[in-house]
Design a protein around this ligand. Structure first.
Ligand SMILES: [Mg+2]
Length: 263
């Protein structure tokens, strides 16, 4: 694929920041929140998570069941999440820095694009939200229904045929495979299992302290750097952009921190 076909390459950036959405940019996972409160409930959802981790079901199957249990009209689902989901307190500052420094921000999510876009708009404002590219799963109206207003009127649609529903590496790979002189440095931030496929394609992975992605990276020997909030991501990205440290040094530091018991 040439650079002209890749949306985030339009401004010929030296760096691109790819990121997960739920639990990474937001403090809560919006899909879990919806399932726990207006779907089949927390107990069943947690069992689904366990079954996914043991491999008894795929993420795709488990997530489909979660979304099928939510039957409120889609418009109400969006509003419910906009009223309840909170942003990491430093993401807005990070976003402003990234936009001012030609670092495109691309959200790769298992969530549905219309919900993620509505939440971003509510959280960072319409103008900056419109500058973030969102690649995720999607939603469609059930046959003959009005998706926005009808009870049981919508259903989840997947990004691709993978067991993840959205295999994030598919979006990243064309960037990773650009010729050396065009290929930007690729960052990624995430917290969960679905981020592992993305982790292998990027140059520096920020993994959220205390979450599944950290233990997966250790097990799979993928270098990473830890973050608790976007304040530490912003600090590290600034150092790298200024040439004070390299992505390689930053990744080695994360592994060291983990081994010292700080993760
Ligand atoms: Mg997440």
């Amino acid at each position: 694929m040439s650079t002209s076909e890749l949306p985030a390459m339009k401004s010929s950036p030296k760096f691109i920041f790819f990121t997960d959405f739920d639990g990474t940019i937001t403090l809560q996972d919006s899909n879990d929140f919806m399932t726990d409160n207006i779907g089949y409930g927390q107990e069943k959802r947690k069992q689904g998570n366990k079954d996914t981790l043991t491999g008894a079901v795929t993420f795709r199957e488990s997530f489909k069941g979660m979304m099928e249990s939510v039957t409120r009209p889609y418009k109400e689902c969006i509003q419910y999440l906009v009223d309840n989901i909170k942003l990491d307190p430093f993401f807005d500052e990070f976003l402003k820095y990234a936009l001012a420094n030609n670092i495109p921000v691309v959200v790769l999510t298992s969530g549905m694009e219309p919900i993620v876009e509505a939440l971003l708009e509510a959280l960072v404002g319409a103008e900056n939200a419109s500058k973030i590219q969102v690649v995720g799963n999607n939603v469609k109206a059930k046959d003959g229904r009005d998706m926005m207003n009808d009870e049981d009127g919508w259903e989840l649609t997947f990004h691709d045929d993978s067991d993840f529903g959205h295999d994030k590496s598919l979006t990243l790979r064309p960037y990773a495979q650009l010729p050396e002189d065009k290929r930007p440095t690729m960052f990624y931030a995430g917290d969960g299992v679905s981020d592992l496929s993305a982790a292998r394609e990027t140059d520096l992975l920020f993994a959220k302290k205390g979450h599944d992605l950290v233990s997966y990276c250790v097990k799979e020997e993928i270098p990473f750097t830890l973050f608790e909030t976007w304040e530490s991501i912003l600090g590290k990205v600034k150092e790298i952009v200024a040439g004070e440290t390299t992505v390689k040094e930053a990744a080695e530091e994360g592994v060291k921190q983990f081994k010292a018991g700080n993760a």
